[in-house]
Every structure is written in structure tokens, then in C-alpha cells.
Design a protein around this ligand. Structure first.
Ligand code: G6P
Length: 478
């Protein structure tokens, strides 16, 4: 049960606020992001008043602009932390996305170390800490999200020994052998252990974290708990879900229905394979394209009959490795289309931009196959959204065993994304799978997703955090 005090607040701390601000000189546009986390936490039923603290997605030094943005965001219980262009370069593009991100996704060779990255990461975590300290009151709870803010729990703990602090890690936590490479491994782990409750998408990530704590900090876990001075830190695997009903009922919405008609017209009689990702080397986009090219090479009978719709949402393109990847993807798609296109068929339909939620769900609904083949992925919500949107329509999910979602979605065709031949064979298997089997597999996966929703995930997290904090209260009183 959640605590009943009505005037207490739950502060959700994330690198980005669930709202994007754009514009200049007093003319600002505020658009609500559709991210899973924001919508999930929106529907979380709790007696706590929910507040968010995060970066509003805009760099401005003008005090007047900041004030105006601040006032507007406050109305929605959003509290901005303004970051300079230098901080975005060194904390966000630098330590978060050029050091931690590649390391946690097993891309060791992409990991960059610069002292200015680490300095900035500490500085920005401190900025977040100051903003929290300015706002919180006794009894409030703090829930920190993800790898951009791993020092924050420890910083807060030093100031507030009794504050309830939770942390969720949305990306993989790598094996100790990889994590130990990080020069600041001890500082990062100590930072995380400032929380009362720490959760991951899978047991494996949790196991890796425990092993890193034991070997780097020489602390001993008793099952899922470790004692630090007079308090316990508890860890758990809590896989994040989606807003199942909104996807499952999407096709009943008028706009989605119209988009479904448009999508059907666009792809005609072709079998549609869909792939949707943020631009990221961890998503295995090049391997996927090579798998599709091999499929075309060996299966001339499908030429003119199968189209791959590839949606790539631009992301972090100021980071060198992302910009290079974009060039390689463009080349690979050009090469496939150049080789196989005919006057009335283009094998890869490439979209380098996002789609509205209505258009995206229409594509999920129409697509015969979803090809989700990350080389590493903390969870992968696209796989879950595709399954949920299908209702009782047929469709096949091909899913990488390297995605966190593979633990729950065992009725997908699971493949090792490094093996081009497995991708090719999975496409054939999916194209030939009887409709009845497609529906049965989807149904079994839908049964899981309809229970493990994002709302349940968030409620479970808050409940577990509360339970751990109650235990710690008792320990302190002993
Ligand atoms: C991943 C991370 C999130 C992040 C998201 C978008 O899913 O786990 O923390 O918010 O990517 O990344 P961006 O860098 O665009 O904020």
C-alpha cells in the first residue's frame, strides 16, 4: 500500500523533462513528449503529488527566457534544470553518451574518456542535487531515472540521511569485466548506493551490478540487500512495461484508423516488415540491413513482394559515432535499393524522422513482421508496442535475444543479431508462419504485456521503495 499523506510529493528526476521547449526570444513552443516513462507515470495512481525535475531540451542563458519557461513549466509541476551548451557537450554528449552509454552496451571500443566529461558529469549531477534540495520537504520521495544521474543518489544521501531515494537503471548494466574498465567505477557505484532501492529491467543486469559492488567496493550482498552503515540498500529486477490499453485500443481511434488506410494503400499487396529505432549503434541497424540484403540475395521469389519500412529517429547526432553510423546506414540502404529496386518496387522504404503516435501505431497495426534486432538494449519498448497494437490481427515479432524484452517475449522468433543468416532465416520463417500460429503467439505475449503494464511497473517500484524505507526507518530507531 502506498502512504496516504496527501500533501507529500514524489519527485521524478530524469535527464529530460517529459516536455520539450523550442524557440527563442520569448516565443517558446512547449510540446509534450510521448515517451513511455512520462505516459506511464502520468497514469500512476498514488496519493503523492507528482513533480518532475529535468532539462527542458533548450539552451538559453537569458534570465528572462529562463524565467518565462520556468513559469510555464511550473504550471505542470515540471521544474527545469537549465544546462549550458558546454554542459550539454561534456555531460550529455560526453560522459553520458560517449563514456557510459557505449560501455553499458558492450561497445568498449567506442568509449571515450576525457577529464572534462567527468568534471561536467559531476557538476551537472550537483546542479540537479541543488534543485532537489531547493524543492523537497520532509516526507517527500525522490525517484531518479537512469545513467545520466548516477552520482545523484549519493549526493542527496550526504545532505539528507533519511530521505527516501529510488533509482531505476533503464539501460543494461554490464558485466564486472567491462564495468571495471571505467576509471570512476568506485565513485559511480558509491553514488548509486546512496539510494534505498535500485531496480533494473532484468535479473542479469541486477546480478552484474551486485557483482560490481562486491568486487569494486568489497561489500557483501545478502541475497538482494547490502548494508551500508546503519541502512540497507535493496536491489530488484522490475521490467518496464507499456501503456498496454492505449496501444491495444489504438486502431479504434479515428485518426489511427485513417492512418491505417493510408499505410495499407502505400504498401499495397507487399508484405511489410517494420523496423523502428532511435539512431544508435546499439540497435544493430547495419546488421539488420545486411540480414535483409542476404534474404533478398537468396530469395528471388520474394522480390517485388516484401518491403522493409525502416524508421530511424534522429538522436545524438553531434556525437561522432552516431554521425558516422548515419552515413553507413545511408550507404547500405542506397546499395540495397540500387541493386534490387524495380520501376514499381523499392525494397527499403527509409524514413529518417519520427512519426506521430497515430501514424506509428498504424504502421504497427499493418506490418506483417516487426524486425527488432538490437545488439544490446536495456528493454526495447518497440517490441512490446508492436505486440500490443496487433489486437487479434496476425503478425510476427522477430526479436534479438540481446534485448531486455526477450526475457518476457519468449513467443517471438528470437535471434542472435550478430548472425546475418539467422536474420535471413527468421524473415523466411515469419513470412511462412501460418496465421493461426501468429495469432496464438501474439495472444500469449499480449497476456503478459496486459498485466505487466507501465503503470504496474511504476506502482511496484514506489511500493518497493516504500517498503525498503520503512525497514531503514526501523533500523535507524534501533
Ligand atoms: C534511452 C535512455 C533514456 C533516454 C532515451 C532517449 O532509452 O535509457 O534515458 O532518455 O534513450 O535518449 P536521449 O539522449 O535522446 O534523451
Amino acid at each position: 500500500m502506498l502512504c496516504e499523506e496527501i500533501d507529500m510529493k514524489l519527485y521524478i528526476i530524469a535527464n529530460r523533462l517529459p516536455v520539450k521547449v523550442a524557440g527563442t526570444n520569448g516565443k517558446f513552443v512547449f510540446s509534450r513528449s510521448e515517451g513511455g516513462l512520462a505516459t506511464g507515470l502520468d497514469s500512476l495512481q498514488t496519493s503523492y503529488e507528482k513533480h518532475w525535475i529535468g532539462w527542458p531540451g533548450i539552451c538559453t542563458n537569458e534570465e528572462k527566457d529562463q524565467q518565462e519557461i520556468n513559469e510555464k513549466l511550473q504550471e505542470m509541476n515540471f521544474h527545469p534544470v537549465f544546462l549550458s551548451e558546454k554542459q550539454i557537450e561534456n555531460y550529455y554528449e560526453g560522459y553520458s553518451n560517449s563514456t557510459i552509454w557505449p560501455l553499458c552496451h558492450y561497445f568498449y571500443a567506442y568509449t571515450l574518456y576525457k577529464n572534462c566529461f567527468w568534471q561536467s558529469y559531476q557538476q551537472v549531477n550537483r546542479l540537479f542535487c541543488e534543485e532537489i534540495c531547493r524543492l523537497i520537504r520532509p516526507g517527500d520521495k525522490v525517484w531518479i531515472q537512469d545513467y545520466q544521474l548516477m552520482l545523484l543518489p549519493g549526493m542527496l544521501r550526504k545532505i539528507y540521511p533519511e530521505l527516501s531515494i529510488g533509482y531505476f537503471h533503464h539501460i543494461p548494466f554490464p558485466s564486472y569485466e567491462l564495468f571495471r574498465i571505467l576509471p570512476e567505477r568506485a565513485e559511480i557505484l558509491k553514488g548509486l548506493l546512496g539510494a534505498d532501492f535500485i531496480a533494473f529491467h532484468t535479473h542479469d543486469y541486477m546480478r552484474h551490478f551486485i557483482s560490481a559492488v562486491e568486487r569494486v567496493l568489497h561489500l557483501d550482498f545478502k541475497l538482494d540487500e547490502v548494508q551500508i552503515n546503519n541502512r540497507m540498500v535493496r536491489v530488484e529486477a522490475l521490467p518496464m512495461g507499456i501503456n498496454y490499453e492505449s496501444y491495444h485500443q489504438a486502431s479504434e481511434n479515428k485518426e489511427v484508423h485513417q492512418a491505417i488506410e493510408r499505410t495499407r494503400k502505400l504498401f499495397g499487396e507487399h508484405k511489410l516488415i517494420l523496423s523502428v529505432d532511435r539512431l544508435d549503434y546499439s540497435k544493430g541497424i547495419l546488421h539488420r540491413l545486411r540480414g535483409f540484403a542476404t534474404f533478398l540475395e537468396h530469395h528471388a521469389e520474394y522480390h517485388g513482394k516484401v518491403t522493409l519500412a525502416m524508421v530511424i529517429v534522429p538522436s545524438r547526432d553531434h556525437v561522432g559515432s552516431y554521425a558516422e553510423l548515419k552515413t553507413k546506414i545511408d550507404e547500405e540502404i542506397g546499395s540495397i535499393n540500387g541493386r534490387y529496386s524495380t520501376m514499381n518496387w523499392t525494397p527499403v522504404c527509409y524514413f529518417y524522422h519520427g512519426f506521430s503516435l497515430e501514424e506509428l501505431t498504424a504502421m504497427y497495426y499493418v506490418a506483417d513482421i516487426a524486425l527488432v534486432t538490437p545488439l544490446r538494449d536495456g528493454m526495447n519498448l518497440v517490441a512490446k508496442e508492436y505486440v500490443a497494437t496487433k489486437c487479434d490481427n496476425p503478425g510476427v515479432l522477430i526479436l534479438s535475444e540481446m534485448a531486455g524484452a526477450a526475457v518476457e517475449l519468449t513467443d517471438a522468433i528470437q535471434i542472435n543479431p550478430n548472425d546475418t543468416e539467422q536474420i535471413e532465416n527468421a524473415i523466411c520463417q515469419a513470412l511462412e508462419m501460418p496465421e493461426e500460429e501468429q495469432k496464438q503467439r501474439l495472444q500469449r505475449m499480449q497476456n503478459i504485456l496486459s498485466v505487466q503494464t507501465v503503470n504496474k511497473w511504476a506502482a511496484d517500484f514506489v511500493n518497493e521503495l516504500n517498503a525498503t524505507c520503512m525497514k531503514n526507518d526501523m533500523l535507524r530507531k534501533k
